[in-house]
Design a protein around this ligand. Structure first.
Ligand SMILES: [Zn+2]
Ligand SMILES: [Zn+2]
Length: 608
């Protein structure tokens, strides 16, 4: 059941609309800032951007102001309404060089085209061009392979909005000049634009960095370092609850826990092949007693050494080693955000060592586990993507037969599991093909979460063996998998998806006891002890605040239940139940509340 993707984005009408909007935006910018140098302007997910160089001002790159942005948008809308055709043609390299003589970024692109390094869209190519593809509307001409809409009017002026501006380095390289990027969005019609803007606002309100602070989940200390989040007690409870849930699911499926150190010798990663491939995203090695060590970028080599710690026979396989293993990657400081882009993160990692005969069944088992995990989280809107190698790239290691075998195994397993998936070339790991699970949250944003990868390469690199039934040595196959992906990122996504109002079983504090007056404090504490005894997470607000204030505070903390206790409740061994959604459920005997809540917790229900 593969390839059920509707139309690839790059072939959709929205893509043409956004690409065309980018050109018209550049046209508007040149009309208002004739001295601007234009770089590139592609469509992106949900919109488009274009990069400009406005020159220097007081020794710094000149930027666009909010007011400029409004002017550009206004001019853009006028231009869209004029209905000019997008005309496609070509120029020889020489003509293009003359035409773009005062556009240095375009000249650089033309040089790359002529050298066969990049195409007009900035994608790698191996073919030197003798001419360049051009699109023109009115007087604005751009190097471009399209596609575009036919006429500017097909981009509706009331369905376009410029969103923000910010610095971006030419070609993403911080040694290059800093350009000014304008981001915009464009849709089929005004209704779609309005809905998108509403979701954007909602996303801002749900930003996990804001909620993480409000709910006391995590903290980033500049003294510890950017991208190295500290988990506060409530965040730690949330994360441990997730980890314990997965631990239990893994235990039931025959996984074995392992624990490995945070650093390893450089040789280990040279053997695994991680070192040259990920060099740019890794930390400089650490010198210890004249040996070089690295912060571990991946858990795989450590688990492989556990496999190699004893002679293995077919009776030991499948061997499923699991660890919540923390890894470190270098990310540019500008790219760090809260929990979703960090420099150290914990992978719910596992490596399955299997015989070739077991590959399909084990792969299905992993897919089943990931589906179980997502369903438990209440994630119903997800899809799978089979990432294969790009045969024209040298990024991938291993023989073509190995790749074919791996891809085939994933396809068969996915088909058997009844999964829908799309195939995307160039999305594989360097050592093998993979199946990624992509989740769409309530704001319709896609997040790549779980992943399963088939690997024939590392077993070879590390010369892994097992003795078969025939008494001969054989090579196992490895499966790498992580249902959550990264605990940090997963929790970040979870915070935004649930807007901080976690399902009861995950909520860091499940109950807030609210004594009405001081004389009810003792009873509130007594009930809290009863709830804790059955494993519930309870807080008591015995402050001097008034009841309504206490309830309000608990609601702001998104605590699922507030149990109000006064004279009547004390008399009847009861609690008055309120929920964070401001629902007043009236009084319940304590025992009844416990039975209700514990049932919801054990079944990991989404209800309250
Ligand atoms: Zn273009
Ligand atoms: Zn791995």
């Amino acid at each position: 059941m593969s390839e059920t993707n509707p139309i690839p984005y790059a072939e959709s009408e929205l893509y043409r609309i956004r690409h065309s909007a980018a050109h018209v935006m550049a046209e508007a910018v040149l009309a208002l800032f004739p001295e601007a140098k234009i770089a590139i302007g592609p469509p992106i997910e949900d919109g488009f951007y274009y990069d400009f160089d406005l020159g220097q001002e007081n020794g710094k790159p000149r930027t666009f102001s909010e007011e400029n942005l409004a002017q550009i948008e206004e001019r853009m809308k006028e231009l869209l309404k004029q209905n000019a055709p997008f005309e496609h043609s070509s120029m020889s390299i020489r003509e293009a060089q003359a035409f773009f003589a005062d556009q240095p970024y375009k000249l650089e692109l033309i040089a790359d085209l002529a050298a066969g390094k990049l195409d007009e869209n900035g994608e790698a190519t191996a073919v030197p061009a003798s001419e360049v593809s051009i699109y023109k509307q009115r007087d604005f001409v751009d190097l471009c392979r399209g596609p575009h809409v036919k006429f500017t009017k097909q981009v509706k002026a009331n369905a376009v909005k410029l969103l923000r501006t910010g610095g971006a380095y030419w070609r993403g390289n911080e040694n290059n000049p800093q350009l000014q990027r304008i981001y915009g969005t464009a849709w089929h019609n005004k209704e779609e634009l309005d809905e998108y803007l509403r979701l954007l606002e909602e996303a801002k309100a749900r930003d996990h960095r804001r909620l993480g602070k409000q709910l006391g989940l995590f903290h980033i200390s500049q003294l510890v370092g950017s991208g190295l989040p500290l988990w506060l007690p409530k965040g730690a409870v949330l994360r441990e609850t997730l980890e314990n849930f997965l631990r239990q699911a893994q235990l039931e499926r025959g996984y074995l826990p392992v624990i490995t150190p945070h650093i390893g010798k450089l040789d280990l990663y040279i053997t695994s092949g991680h070192y040259p491939y990920y060099k740019a995203s890794q930390y400089t090695p650490i010198d210890v007693d004249e040996e070089k060590f690295m912060l571990k970028p991946m858990n795989c080599p450590h688990h492989i050494e556990i496999y190699r710690s004893e002679a293995r026979s077919y009776r030991d396989l499948p061997l499923r080693l699991a660890e919540f293993g923390t890894v470190y990657r270098y990310e540019q400081s500008g790219e760090l955000t809260g929990l979703t882009r960090v420099r150290g993160f914990t992978v719910d990692d596992s490596h399955l060592f299997v015989t070739p005969d077991q590959l399909e069944e084990e792969f299905i088992g992993v897919v089943d586990l990931i589906q179980f995990v997502f369903q438990t989280m209440g994630f119903h809107d997800f899809r799978a993507r089979l990432g294969t190698n790009d045969p024209s790239s040298d990024k991938y290691a291993g023989a073509p037969e190995m790749w074919a075998k791996g891809i085939n195994a994933i396809r068969q397993a996915a088909d058997k599991a009844g999964m829908n998936y799309t195939i995307e070339e160039g999305e594989a790991a360097f050592y093998g093909p993979k199946l990624d699970f992509i989740f769409r949250d309530v704001l319709k944003r896609e997040w790549q979460l779980g992943t399963v990868q088939v690997d024939f390469l590392l077993p070879e690199r590390f010369d892994l063996e097992y003795t078969g039934e025939d008494g001969q040595k054989h090579r196992p196959v490895m499966i790498h998998r992580a249902p959550f992906g990264s605990m940090e990122r997963f929790v970040g996504i979870l915070i935004e998806h649930f807007n901080g109002a976690f399902p009861l079983w995950l909520a860091p504090a499940q109950v807030m006891m609210v004594p009405i007056a001081d004389r009810h404090n003792e009873y509130a504490h007594a009930v809290s002890r009863q709830l804790r005894a059955v494993g519930m997470r309870v807080q008591v607000d015995d402050s001097s605040d008034r009841m309504n204030k206490k309830i309000r505070n608990a609601q702001l903390q998104k605590i699922p239940y507030m149990l109000v206790v006064g004279d009547k409740e004390m008399e009847n061994n009861a609690v008055a139940v309120r929920t964070r959604d401001e629902e007043d459920r009236g009084a319940l005997p304590v025992a009844e509340f416990i039975s209700h809540a514990t049932t919801l917790i054990t079944t990991k229900s989404m209800e309250l």
